[in-house]
Design a protein around this ligand. Sequence first.
Ligand code: PEP
Length: 251
Amino acid sequence: MRKNIVAGNWKMNKTLQEGVALAKELKDALSGVKANCEVIVAPPFIHLASVADAVKGSVVKVAAQNCSDKESGAYTGEVSPAMVVSTGASYVILGHSERRSYYGETNAVVKAKVDAAIGNGLNPIVCVGEVLEERENGKFFDVVSAQVKESLFHLDASAFGKVVIAYEPVWAIGTGKTATAEQAQEMHAFIRNLIAEKYGSEVAENTSILYGGSCKPSNAKELFANKDVDGGLIGGASLKAADFMGIITAF
Ligand code: PEP
């Protein structure tokens, strides 16, 4: 059966020392709690090894926020999937809307990164989601369908089994505007149906699909109660241990 997951995307926040302190605070907070979901934190690249060390012995897993599609070589400023693995991280967020809009990542780029990540043993958390205009003009199913198909549907079923999908309506990210539970459930069911059509219902039932976009302790329970919402990818509310714990314990 698929996993419930709560993953925190720290984005470009926290110095190394602040990040390690947050990771330790989270580890301590979780030590007295039975989490009913997998917990992941995604700090900036340069924090990965230290954060992985800080959460050792806890249930917390570590993710990178991005990685290169290349294995090694003259790619100044890039970080390869093998380098990410060598820090102790086991997940990587790919195709986040900020990567798509600020750094020009297309579905083809995300596809290449997915292959590199899986080839190196990382589990990709692949983000999809429509912008406000696409929500308003009714194109949102087409946009998300293209993102899922073009970045993931070249995988065979076994490789696809490593993938987590995060549905993040761009208009809800960092805006305080959350999708309603109905909007989230509708899109998650749509994505699960696409997966079932391509890989069969068993693979679809085993795929974790997370919601992201202004998820916080006050709305997590309502979002996670939906049958196709298997947790959340959390931005702002993952930067304070108490808020993140409020979301983790929503399961
Ligand atoms: C995100 O960027 O993945 C995200 C969901 O951000 P926020 O929770 O701040 O909306």
